[in-house]
Design a protein around this ligand. Structure first.
Ligand SMILES: NC(=O)c1ccc[n+]([C@@H]2O[C@H](COP(=O)([O-])OP(=O)(O)OC[C@H]3O[C@@H](n4cnc5c(N)ncnc54)[C@H](OP(=O)(O)O)[C@@H]3O)[C@@H](O)[C@H]2O)c1
Length: 313
């Protein structure tokens, strides 16, 4: 699979990262294994999990996704070829939200145990914590790197100015900065009334930060639940706005020109953007997975990119 640089780390990762949020809960073991195999067979190696996945699913528990990945890696004996990401910071039953040094250390140890590995390749702060001093958080992440428990660190759901503050905090002390930011981001833009709780949206401010600082932007919920090609799934109301019809029309136009699906154009648009945006993909069936993987074959011309970027502006 095509690879992309991960921030300024010098390491390359798969251009499509597989989200494992519902593996082991909403997606049962057999389905999850099948989807993981399909992604790896396509050459992918970048897997995304978190300590909380997916405790909110009926019958689900925090750690289900990590445990499922651990079981799959043990059965396949393939840990070395993978690039594993997990996260800390959100609350789950028994654990409060936050990024104190103690929470980071304890939750990392649990994640390592669930995954059955010695090192997590990419460990994210899942949500910003304004109560804990950034010095405490960044030093705690640095200690994990020093201990060999984590290779690289990233942030998720941070505002651009906090990313800059975290960068300076880390660099002033000689600690590692965040190499990437994982944010809610799609081709459709949220309307002015849109609220996503603690989730933060990738916006021009963040894209400018990423471009100038060499920080990779990863897009979650890029497919907006599948609404681009599955007409039984409406566009989420937060994304219905004055420009959404024009943006959807541009997607359909370029899809018709290229022979790709509308979902593939959304993913291809991210991969052709400047700065490049690395999408997370998610699926419950091999057909959906195949459609998303097919986005890697889609080539967009400069003119098509300009049309997509200009739609609805
Ligand atoms: N950092 C954060 O705060 C955060 C938040 C949310 C998610 N994430 C990460 O991002 C990953 C993806 O998040 P998400 O589930 O919200 O993403 P999404 O891109 O909105 O995908 C959600 C669902 O849309 C459908 N879909 C996806 N691609 C499709 C395609 N090509 N054609 C038709 N339908 C398609 C699938 O539904 P079916 O499953 O029904 O097939 C998929 O499960 C998660 O697994 C997690 O790792 C991170």
């Amino acid at each position: 699979m095509k690879t992309l640089p991960l921030g300024n780390t010098g390491v390359e990762v798969s251009a499509l990262c597989l989200g494992a949020m519902y593996f082991g809960s909403k997606n049962d073991k057999a389905t999850s294994f099948r989807l993981l195999d399909q992604y790896v067979d396509a050459g992918g190696s970048f897997l995304d999990s978190a300590n909380i996945y997916a405790h909110w699913v009926p019958g689900g528990h925090a750690g289900d996704s990590e445990r499922l990945l651990g079981e799959w890696m043990r059965e396949r004996g393939n840990r070395d070829g993978l690039f594993l990401a997990s996260k800390v910071g959100f609350a789950y039953p028994g654990i409060e939200i936050g990024l104190s040094a103690q929470q980071i250390e304890e939750e990392c140890n649990k994640s390592l145990q669930h995954l059955g590995v010695e090192t997590i390749d990419l460990y994210y702060a899942h949500v910003d914590d304004y109560e804990t001093p950034l010095e405490e958080t960044m030093e705690a992440f640095y200690r994990l790197i020093q201990a060999g428990k984590v290779r690289f660190i990233g942030a998720s759901n941070y505002l651009a100015w906090r990313m800059e503050q975290a960068k300076w905090t880390a660099e002033t002390h000689g600690w590692e900065p965040f190499c990437c930011i994982q944010q809610r981001y799609s081709y459709l833009r949220p309307n002015h009334n849109a609220r996503f709780g603690m989730q933060q949206v990738g916006n021009p401010d963040l894209l400018d930060f990423c471009k100038r600082r060499g920080v990779t932007l990863l897009a979650y919920s890029a497919m907006l639940g599948g609404c681009f090609t599955r007409y039984d799934r409406p566009v989420p109301e937060q994304y219905v706005g004055p420009d959404s019809d024009q943006r959807l029309a541009a997607l359909r136009e370029v899809a018709a020109e290229t022979g790709a699906t509308v979902s593939q154009i959304v993913l291809a648009w991210m991969l052709h953007s400047d700065p490049v945006v690395l999408p997370l993909i998610a699926a419950s069936s091999p057909e959906v997975m195949a459609d998303s993987l097919g986005a890697l074959e889609v080539s967009l011309s400069d003119e098509q990119m300009q049309r997509l970027n200009a739609a609805g502006v």
